[in-house]
Design a protein around this ligand. Structure first.
Ligand SMILES: O=C1O[C@H](COP(=O)(O)O)[C@@H](O)[C@H](O)[C@H]1O
Length: 250
């Protein structure tokens, strides 16, 4: 056990809540996000958004009537946890999904949205994103007690990946950089991703998992000896798992 293995600070010991279905899950998440933002009074609030299909319902809810008018968009900054190296117009783009589900429907200032840059030179793109994060954070060094992110949303792949931290990729060993990239085996696109150290600098990490194809991996990821990329997520804040019943099982 490391110091950070206390209850709640990592993926294996994080709190788990199973909700009846994906709608209840999205509503609960929207409420938590709103609550966290309100708690922070007038301060800037930084969220790293997850990609994939699962969070779409949540983003649509945040962009809809109930929440969009209650959220202080002026002080919200939206970052991305990962991205496929494809044009923003591509079906596979996380930025496209977030734009269609959320950004097109709210009055968020342009300067508050931080998509991952898409360049042929992915190394350079990752460096530029790291510089963007450092600029917004106000330091090139992560400080304990001053989290980079207020909330990091994460998904869970059936292979145990999260963000674009994929099994058997060198990015899993990254200890310094905040942003890096990988070419997952058998996947069509290179991916940019936040690294473990960047994710660890957060007040709250929320894994959002739904669907029965995630039941098995959810259990395995939290086993004591598990070595999946998701199993190794840690934070100076708390880790919460918010699942629908299909993913949480009994
Ligand atoms: O590839 C990705 O997948 C995971 C999980 O995606 P989902 O479609 O099963 O919800 C996601 O966390 C990640 O951001 C995304 O790029």
């Amino acid at each position: 056990m490391t110091d950070n293995m206390e209850k709640g600070h990592n993926a294996k010991t994080g709190y788990v809540l199973v909700l009846p279905d994906a709608n209840a899950q999205a509503n609960y998440l929207a409420d938590i996000i709103l609550h966290q933002i309100e708690e922070k009074k007038d301060a800037v609030f930084r969220i790293a958004l997850s990609g994939g299909s699962t969070p779409k319902k949540l983003y649509e809810l945040l962009g809809g009537e109930t929440y969009s008018h209650r959220l202080p968009w002026e002080r919200l900054h939206l970052f991305f946890g990962d991205e496929r190296m494809v044009p923003y117009t591509d079906e596979a783009s996380n930025f496209r999904m977030v734009t269609e589900a959320l950004l097109n429907h709210v009055n968020i200032p342009f300067r508050n949205v931080h998509p991952m840059p898409i360049l042929e030179d992915v190394e350079k793109a990752a460096r530029l994103y790291e510089e963007n994060l450092q600029h917004e954070y106000g330091s090139r060094v992560l400080k304990n007690g001053e989290p980079l992110f207020d909330i990091v949303l994460l998904g869970l792949g059936t292979d145990g990946h999260t963000a674009s931290l994929f099994p058997d990729t060198a990015v899993l060993e990254e200890k310094q950089k905040w942003v890096s990239w990988c070419q997952p085996k058998d996947a069509p696109h290179r991916r940019m991703t936040l690294t473990y150290p960047a994710i660890a600098s957060s007040r709250l990490v929320i894994f959002v998992v739904s669907g029965e194809n995630k039941v098995k991996i959810f259990r395995e990821v939290r086993e004591e000896n598990a070595i999946y990329p998701s199993s190794k997520i840690e934070t100076e804040g708390e880790v919460h798992w918010i699942l629908d019943k299909a993913a949480g099982g009994e």
